[in-house]
Design a protein around this ligand. Structure first.
Ligand SMILES: [Zn+2]
Ligand SMILES: [Zn+2]
Length: 259
């Protein structure tokens, strides 16, 4: 693959995804402590100085937890939508040192990567997913969305690699420990994507040429890596795509490196 997607952290405890193409490295989200983030980066042989930009999807803590310290210690530009900036600044006064703002659906360049963003359906100010382009190849990241709209499908189609949310098993969610209000929030159209909904989208994208699928942002309480994997595995088998031959299917762990 020309664009490498490496989920350093994925899930409700924190999200940070490394995207690399040509000589350019960017991070999507900084949802764990700056210390844990730079530690994981070091395991891949990189330092913060090697990161061209941090792209934020939305302002929830599991996506921006490390950002106040990062912006204080490093001059790495941070990109977010206007709505996300507004809420982030309200939460952490130190955040907007740099303020590259972009509008969803408007592409921009960071080094060797063209970056496009698209709106998601989530209970945040202005949440987005990202699509990356490099030398004719496309890769996308979409987590934290209650459902996948036709517009999102169009934004994801043609991706060689995709990291898509496979958040919960609906039965585990309904019978699990969350209070009713939180169960309804997670299952709503502005919540998180279920294994089944994720599987359906992956099956469609695989028919449009996607070759590498990473399932991410799994719930610790309402899912297991096995259930998430099985769900998409079955959906691919049903359309005669062998997930063990010709397509790479994997589940992002909560943390790629454990010390
Ligand atoms: Zn969120
Ligand atoms: Zn999240």
């Amino acid at each position: 693959m020309r664009i490498q997607i490496t989920p350093l952290f994925s899930g409700s405890t924190g999200n940070c995804i490394l995207v690399q193409a040509g000589g350019t490295n960017v991070l999507v989200d900084a949802g764990i402590t700056a210390k844990a983030l730079t530690g994981a980066l070091a395991q891949t042989g990189l330092r913060m100085d090697d990161i061209a930009a941090v792209l934020i999807t939305h302002e929830h803590a599991d996506h921006i937890k490390g950002l106040p310290v990062l912006v204080k210690k490093y001059s790495t530009p941070v990109y977010a939508t206007e709505g996300t900036w507004r809420i982030m600044h309200g939460k952490f006064r130190e955040i907007p040192k740099f303020r590259p703002v972009f509008v969803p659906d408007g592409a921009f360049y960071i080094g060797d990567l063209a970056v496009d963003s698209f709106p998601l359906s989530h209970d945040a100010a202005q949440p987005v997913g990202y699509a990356f382009f490099h030398m004719g190849e496309k890769a996308s990241i979409a987590t934290d969305t209650g459902y996948v709209s036709k517009g999102m499908i169009r934004a994801l189609e043609g991706s060689a690699t995709i990291l898509l949310e496979s958040n919960h098993d609906p039965v585990m969610l309904q019978t699990g420990p969350y209070p009713g209000i939180l169960k309804r929030r997670v299952a709503s159209r502005k919540g998180h994507l279920s294994n089944e909904d994720c599987a359906r989208v992956v099956a469609h994208l695989a028919q449009c040429g996607t070759k590498q699928v990473i399932l991410g942002h799994l719930s610790m309480k309402n899912n297991t890596p096995e259930l998430a994997y099985e769900s998409t595995f079955r959906a691919l088998q049903e359309i005669n795509i062998d997930p063990e031959n010709g397509l790479s299917l994997s589940v992002a762990p909560p943390a790629l490196f454990t010390d």
